[in-house]
Write a protein that binds this ligand. Structure first.
Ligand SMILES: N[C@@H](Cc1ccc(O)cc1)C(=O)O
Length: 609
């Protein structure tokens, strides 16, 4: 906990443990009077750090790197593991994670390096989350097989604005979670935690200066041998000079923050390894050039050296890509993915993955995670670990109030394992649920010059609609439901059309797969009026019966909703509306165009006869 020195003395809320630590850490003279001057604060910070270092050296506390490794954050360390472990114990260095605002929101994949950085914050390091207001205009080729499509200046400006706000919001939630989990955040200093835009220094940098200083120290051989460059040249697609030079800009960021803020460590996803190594070389070169430091000092002094740390690429235990829902990214922005859906995405985590995710995506102390996992193994059906994971992530991304609401909505919806579904929860979902029309074209909806006034939220909605998997997808990797409510025209509800409905609801990738799901007894539907005396509003699930004589209309709840489920917990609430309204509002759903085409064909054939 911080010492909250700006508050009057009686409001400095410090828990007993912190008070004890603080007394131990403070030089006697300081602990007796109130802390006022900057030097005092600095002295306390130093004393706090020294106490922590002593505890780590004596084995009473785990080192920073050990914590990161134990929780699964470390794939590669550039610069040497042992040296980094030592440095992180001895010196309160600066560390940073950068993201390019290529979309209006971060997605869960971004969280990995960010979480590692947040842990460093709890340990007292000076931390920077950087957004690439300038680098996004160039486009990082790392890990990409093709060049990015160029975005309009308006789109870019909105993305930058949105990502900056999101990074700031995440920090607020991180601090709240830190307090909740009782991490002793050390006395804050000006540079303890910052959100920076690389535009603020790259914009003023001239091309000549970049090439003269930094460019002269970067070797072509190393840059050419990078995977992203090799792949493109080998595939014949080639690469633009701008993309090829991208690492120079990222390297300059680091040099800027190294020289101004003592940032010695960069964290990033595994695709950033090349950029990070290029940055380390560049910083060394600049140190020799600008500061006139001698070669040996730069190459050998660990206390001033730079290091890189990459986080692993996440896949689920069954080998699928992590962070995709129905083929789309799992966004952290609430207007692009509701708290309900984000919660549901993580609630579906398999038992094999959940422990790993709890370590990576939550700040829950590791011993508590082990306890939860014991409980989980005893009664896996309750999914305690998954609920905990889902709630913590929503709390991190959307805040505590949203997390609580999402938890209640889910627990109510599945009040008895996955067997009952309460009417009130369903009604709530129907009234809150975002109805996202799946667009007919996969073109990005980009605001034009004349659309300058377009609000950010509208833009985000447009973005999410445009980047959804196309409605006619037959991609069998669709294993998820992205929205709380989908809208389906009543025309699709005919005797024998359950496979079509499962497809329209997004639970399966085609009508054929719908058939298969029903046949394998994996499809369920909520039965209306199935409450009991004890639980009159509870709704029960029933297996969708096989056969062509089943009428989905018999399962309509409140005459407006059909709730279908695939397997254990993948469910979808479908709002049923008339075809006229569906068409008038320009909506569509998987299989709809196909259905209409067939209907027209049949009508034409009927006329011919
Ligand atoms: N290149 C990074 C983002 C980044 C930008 C600037 C930096 O200084 C660091 C990282 C990415 O695409 O993920």
């Amino acid at each position: 906990m911080s010492l909250l020195t700006h508050l009057p003395r009686h409001r400095q809320l410090v828990c007993r443990q912190c008070l004890h630590n603080r007394r131990q850490a403070l030089p006697l003279a300081l602990s007796k009077r109130s802390i006022t001057t900057k030097q005092d604060a600095e002295q306390i910070r130093r004393a706090e750090w020294e106490t922590q270092a002593r505890r780590i050296r004596s084995g009473a506390q785990k080192s920073m790197l050990t914590v990161l490794e134990e929780r699964g954050f470390v794939k590669d360390v550039a610069g040497g593991r042992k040296a980094l472990d030592w440095l992180l114990t001895e010196k309160r260095i600066g560390a940073y994670v950068g993201v390019d605002p290529t979309a209006p929101s971060l997605h869960v994949g971004h969280l990995l390096p960010l979480m590692a950085l947040y842990w460093m914050y709890f340990y007292g390091f000076n931390t920077v989350t950087l957004f690439g207001g300038c680098t996004v205009q160039i486009g990082d080729p790392s890990g990409r097989k093709t060049a990015r499509t160029r975005q309009g200046a308006d789109v870019q400006a909105m993305n930058v604005q949105s990502i900056e706000a999101q990074l700031r919001k995440l920090w607020i939630h991180v601090k709240c979670l830190g307090i909740k989990h009782r991490y002793p955040i050390q006395t804050s200093a000006d540079n303890h935690q910052k959100v920076l835009d690389n535009g603020s220094w790259l914009k003023g940098l001239t091309a000549v200066d970049l090439m003269k200083d930094l460019g002269s120290g970067m070797r072509l051989g190393a840059m050419l041998s990078r995977d992203s460059v090799r792949q493109r040249t080998e595939s014949g697609d080639g690469m633009a000079i701008s993309e090829f030079c991208y690492p120079l800009f990222q390297a300059y960021d680091w040099w800027h923050m190294y020289s101004q803020k003592g940032v010695q460590l960069q964290l990033g996803g595994s695709d950033q390894y090349g950029n990070i190594c290029a940055g380390m070389d560049a910083v060394n070169h600049m140190r020799k050039l600008r500061r006139g430091e001698n070669e040996r000092q730069v190459d050998e002094d660990v206390l001033t050296a730079t290091f890189g740390l990459t986080t692993p690429l996440l896949t689920t235990a069954s080998g699928e890509k992590f962070g995709k829902s129905a083929g789309n990214a799992v966004w952290l922005d609430q207007t692009m993915m509701s708290s309900f859906d984000l919660y549901q995405y993580f609630l579906r985590t398999s038992d094999d993955d959940v422990e790993r995710y709890l370590k990576l995506f939550t700040f829950i102390p590791i011993d508590y995670i082990y306890l939860v996992m014991e409980k989980q193994r005893k009664d896996a059906g309750k999914r305690v670990a998954q609920h905990l994971l889902a709630k913590e992530i929503v709390e991190l991304a959307h805040g505590a109030a949203s997390a609580k609401k999402a938890e209640v909505a889910h627990k109510e919806a599945f009040s008895d394992g996955t067997r009952t579904f309460s009417l009130s929860a369903l009604r709530k979902t129907l009234s809150n649920g975002t109805i996202v029309d799946v667009p007919t074209s996969s073109n990005m909806i980009e605001p034009t010059e004349s659309d300058r006034a377009l609000k950010l939220t509208d833009y985000k909605r447009g973005f999410i609609a445009a980047t959804q998997a196309p409605s006619t997808a037959t991609d069998s990797s669709i294993d998820d439901v992205a929205n709380s409510v989908v809208t389906i025209p009543s025309t699709l509800l005919r005797v024998g059309t359950f496979p079509r409905i499962l497809h329209a609801a997004g639970l399966v990738a085609s009508r054929n797969e719908g058939h298969k799901l029903i046949k394998s007894k994996g499809a369920y539907v909520v039965v209306p009026n199935s409450g009991t005396v004890e639980n009159p509003h509870g709704l029960k699930w029933e297996q969708v019966p096989e056969g062509t004589s089943i009428d989905p209309n018999h399962y309509l709840v409140d005459w407006e909703a059909l709730v279908v489920r695939s397997g254990k917990s993948k469910f979808q609430v479908c709002r049923i509306i008339s075809e006229e309204r569906f068409e008038a509002e320009g909506m569509t759903c998987p299989g709809w165009e196909d259905f209409k085409a067939k209907r027209a064909e049949q009508a034409a054939a009927g006329k011919d006869q």
